[in-house]
Design a protein. Structure first.
Lengths: 588, 420
């Protein structure tokens, strides 16, 4: 069986953004830290050669940087009445693999969630009355407030070198930024990216309708930058190979560009790659983790004892790790009891394609997080009275790429192949751009994660089962915001436009978003949350579960900014509270 | 290239007498902590570990192979192990190795061990290094240093070589110069043995003293001119920029390449700021003979036009259209002395194999340039280098496809090359 290794102070499961941030902070305190990463080692110098980093076929089509379904996948169903089947090819979301995790191949959009998002249930009840929230929703407060997280958002933004324009500095609204955002203590570390033609027109059209467009906050750096760790990053070249790719010229923030050069120099840090954690080990009481058991690429099992276990894998992998380890009570969707797997949520998106005759947009000049956004219909930034739904969405135009294989815009009525298709792509490629809405995904009592009763991974452990469909509330929300987006589309005066609305049932096939959240959620009540406000397990206090798995529901924003802030927040709680007095940081 | 120190040595013919260095007896306590700490610092300044510690190996247990033009030498074990190391040596034998190139029982060392430089070290400092090395964990690793082919492997050859090329001498302070300047010269000449790479060599592998620190080519790299020549040397760098380069591996314009990255990581990044300033002060005082500046190649030359197109497609993303780079991340090409050096060896090397900057506490990023050997043919590399050598105010000789071909075929037979 497993060979026992010398103990460490901290073992981290997964070396992505959260694992690397926590490792950096805790090794600074002198703790001996090991991170165990399922996938391969990656660094900019060796893994992202500028000559082949923008290989669309290899990275975007064949998904080279992503998790292989044969290594691990999920089973999926829309509701409890169905039998879940394994996803043999990732589609609607694509989980990352290897050092850096999904933070390698992200677009680089860095949001803060709104103050009201963190106390969502309390806020909506206060503003609209207790019965306003639709019955299907199981939304909750986070247990942590925006004000508490603000310094840690700041820390992540400066680590990553985020380019943007503050809309709210210490309560004072500043023109050109997002007037709906929570107050920030200081300006972004870098000014916004240069806008290309599409976003410029979008902003003009939105402004003409009375909205408040602003540049999307971006971790594709608008200028060269040295972060607080002393690591240098370069200026983005707008090459348009961000999402699904590693950045070869040090200009998209990632674990590689922002943390590893400093972390890997530390003698009290070690990364073990190609090693998959099978479970967190508990002592006889079940109240204390003793470490983890993992298997290396030779199939040899190792036990790594540690005083603290940090679960820092991708959101649904975190949930599966808790379920496999018997930490916490699995959520039962028929009784609504239990916590692990509860409140799995996603992202509710829609889009509009616009085709022009008289304008050239040069879509190849682009970057993952470049763009303009209107936040007038996001969160609870607008009055929901009489609208029949809660939540909202940002409306954006983000020219992420104009890559040759997958950017084939053709207007309706174009054949799918042949001379006419070629002609139409040729005509449309330069003369189109898209609008998108990225909406909240509010948790329900039925959407959840648990262990599949039938399907197992290569080690014989059950796969995770995902049960999800869009709540009717979210469909109503998305339609409302899509109507608003359509008004902006009309104001842009295209030759024609095509609206793609979000419809049920949710399908795992077309790509939508890798913003999977929840399942090991934070909160103030151990009956309805897996972890407390410091992301500490209610059940096993020397286990912290960090990532988007902690979101009680998802807001209308990309999650990475909040994930990064929660990692710094957790590190701070461990350093200033837990190390001084190991045990539950919140009485249960 | 796999090793840091690749020294030229030479087979010679006849034995002649060897001058003995003057020994000044200084009362020293080799067990004093001050002496040991001094020795540790000096061992870093002299970068003993650069050759005597294998990457990832036991400290000072030897084993780094030095590929010289004459064959392979392996740096020996200098831990205090009595059999495998130098534990049984007397202090005088140790000093003789540094000052005279003579090992135990007076066997002659090959000048891959830079005793021509170390002979300028004071006896006191040599003994301090000895004091420190005595504290190292003894390692039983037996090393056969001499792997030269016959007859070059005959150590008696070195008597001749020494007679022709080596005058052991101490470095007398120059009272007309500041103490900082004198300290800098001692660090550069005696401890840092900068000339081992940066001074060109004679056919016999000895320093060409008339071209002191004006740049040397060895093992596929051109160790640049480090005199204060403003175009070919580092004369355009301020003293602070020299300090920053030696301390962190990068300054406003440049990023270290080749074996210099190892020197920086293991040695100069660990020196005190005062010592680095002294080195800078000394180097800035070395004003060479001014030569006329060459004329830049015309922009409409076909090689320049091809080079510009290749540059835009392959290089401008990082180094920028105007060759300005990004401080500490992407080397500045406009005005760079490395780019304009007469010998383009380093440029060809970097483009073919890629290069990774030094990772130091002061500059941890360690940015990398990828390899282009699989992507650009010999004529492409020649054109793009000719272009960067003759653009934005730069002026230097044309690089030929033949020069690229020779280096490419040399690399094809070695396992080296970063970032492929």
């Amino acid at each position: 069986m497993a060979t026992k290794l010398p103990p460490k102070d901290v073992v981290i499961i997964g070396l992505g953004w959260t694992g690397a941030i926590l490792a950096h902070e805790l090794t600074d305190q002198g703790l001996d830290v090991v991170a165990i990463e399922r996938g391969p080692w990656r660094d900019t110098a060796t893994a992202f050669n500028i000559g082949y980093a923008p290989d669309e076929l290899r990275y975007a089509v064949r998904l080279d940087l992503f998790q292989r379904p044969a290594q691990n996948t999920l089973t999926f169903r829309n509701n409890d009445s169905q039998t879940a089947l394994p996803m043999r090819q990732f589609g609607s979301f694509i989980p990352g693999n290897g050092v850096g995790g999904a933070g390698v191949h992200w677009n680089g959009v860095v949001w803060r969630y709104n103050p009201t998002d963190f106390r969502l249930l309390s806020h909506l009840s206060e503003r609209y009355g207790a019965s306003f929230v639709p019955d299907e929703l199981s939304i909750q407060d986070w247990g942590v407030t925006y004000e508490e997280l603000e310094p840690f958002y700041d820390q992540f933004e400066f680590l990553a070198g985020v380019s943007g324009k503050a809309g709210n500095l210490n309560g004072v609204i500043h023109e050109g930024g997002n007037p709906f955002e929570g107050p920030r203590k200081r300006e972004y570390p870098l000014p916004p990216m240069k806008m290309t033609y599409g976003p410029t027109l979008f902003a003009e059209a939105a402004r003409s309708l009375g909205y408040h467009p602003f540049p999307q906050p971006s971790a594709n750096l608008s200028a060269a930058y040295t972060n607080p760790l002393g690591v240098k990053m370069g200026q983005c070249t707008y090459c348009g190979f961000c999402e699904r790719f590693g950045c070869a010229n040090y200009s998209k923030a990632s674990v590689q560009t922002s943390v590893l050069p400093v972390l890997m120099r530390k003698s009290n840090f070690e990364a073990r790659t190609e090693c998959e954690v099978l479970k967190i080990n508990l002592d006889a009481s079940g109240k204390r983790a003793t470490g983890v058991t993992y298997v290396d690429s030779s199939g040899v099992q190792w036990e790594q004892p540690a005083e603290i276990v940090l679960v820092c894998a991708f959101a649904f992998h975190n949930v599966r790790m808790l379920l496999l380890s018997g930490i916490g009570r699995p959520y039962d969707s028929s009784t609504h009891q239990g916590t692990i797997g509860r409140n799995y949520a996603y992202q509710t998106t829609s889009g509009i394609e616009l085709f022009f005759d008289d304008k050239i947009f040069n879509p190849f000049i682009s970057s993952g997080a470049l763009g303009q956004v209107v936040d007038d219909f996001n969160g609870d930034g607008f009055d929901h009275g009489g609208l029949g739904f809660v939540g909202g969405a940002g409306i954006n135009t983000g020219p992420t790429n104009g890559r040759p294989i997958q950017t084939r815009p053709t207007p309706p009525g174009t054949p799918r192949w042949g001379a006419q298709w070629k002609q139409a792509t040729k005509k449309s490629y330069l003369r189109f751009f898209t609008l998108g809405s990225q909406g909240s995904s509010y948790a329900t009592y039925t959407n959840h994660l648990d262990l599949d009763p039938t399907y197992k991974d290569r080690f014989g452990q059950p796969l995770l089962r995902m049960t999800f469909d869009f709540p009717d509330n979210d469909i109503r929300m998305s339609n409302y915001v899509t109507d608003k987006m359509e008004e902006i589309a009309k104001a842009l005066k295209p030759r024609e436009y095509v609206v793609s609305r979000r419809v049920k049932p949710y399908s795992t096939v077309p790509y939508q978003s890798t913003h999977n959240t929840g399942g090991a959620i934070m909160g103030a009540d151990p009956k309805t949350s897996a972890i407390n406000k410091y992301l500490q397990s209610w059940d096993v206090p020397n286990v912290f579960v960090v990532g988007a798995s902690a979101f009680p529901q998802n807001a209308g924003y990309n999650p990475t900014g909040t994930v990064g802030a929660l990692a710094f927040w957790t590190a701070d709680a461990i350093i200033t509270k837990y190390l001084k007095s190991p045990g539950p940081l919140v009485p249960s | 290239m796999t090793s840091t120190r690749k020294r030229s040595i030479q087979a010679a013919v006849l034995a002649v007498a060897v001058l003995l260095a003057t020994r000044v007896a200084i009362a020293t306590d080799l067990q004093s902590l001050e002496m040991i700490a001094r020795g540790r610092y000096l061992a870093v300044a002299a970068d003993c570990a650069g050759c005597h510690t294998k990457p990832g190996g036991k400290p000072y247990a030897g084993g780094v192979a030095l590929e010289t033009p004459f064959g392979t030498l392996v740096a020996p074990n200098i831990t205090p192990d009595r059999d495998a190391g130098i534990g049984a040596w007397t202090d005088d034998e140790f000093v003789a190795a540094l000052h005279e190139g003579r090992g135990r029982d007076s066997i002659r060392l090959f000048p891959a061990m830079p005793y021509p430089a170390y002979s300028k070290m004071t006896r006191f400092d040599a003994l301090a290094i000895r004091a420190y090395l005595r504290t190292i964990q003894p390692a039983p690793d037996k090393i056969e240093p001499n792997q030269l082919p016959f007859p070059l492997n005959l150590r008696s050859n070195m008597a001749v070589w020494n007679a022709l090329n080596f005058k052991p001498r101490s470095l007398e302070p120059d009272p007309s110069k500041s103490s900082e300047w004198n300290r800098g010269r001692y660090l550069v000449d005696a401890l840092g043995h900068c000339g081992t790479c940066h001074t060109p060599k004679t056919l016999l592998g000895a320093d060409k003293e008339s071209a002191y620190l004006e740049g040397g080519t060895l093992q596929g790299w051109f160790a640049p001119n480090i005199t204060a020549d403003t175009r070919k040397g580092i004369g355009s760098w301020s003293a602070d920029e020299i300090v920053s380069y030696l301390k962190t591996g990068a300054n406003r314009d440049a990023i270290a390449t080749g074996d210099m990255t190892e020197e920086i990581v293991h040695s100069s990044s660990k020196l005190s700021d005062d010592d680095l300033k002294a080195i800078a002060a000394y180097l800035k005082s070395l004003v060479p003979v001014q030569e006329s500046t060459p004329q830049a190649l015309a922009a409409f030359d076909p090689r320049m036009m091809a080079g510009q197109a290749i540059y835009k497609d392959n290089c401008a993303g990082c180094h920028a259209e105007a060759g300005t780079g990004t401080s500490g991340l992407f080397a500045r090409l406009a005005g760079s002395h490395t780019v304009q050096s007469d010998d383009p060896t380093t440029l060809i090397h970097v483009v073919l194999t890629g290069s990774q900057g030094a990772a130091t506490a002061g500059a941890p990023t360690s940015p990398a340039m990828p390899s282009f050997d699989w992507r650009l043919d010999d004529a492409h590399v020649a054109s793009v280098l000719t272009y960067i050598r003759n653009s934005w105010g730069n002026a230097a000789t044309v690089v030929s496809a033949d020069q690229v071909r020779v280096m490419r075929s040399a690399f094809a037979h070695s396992t080296s090359g970063a970032n492929r």
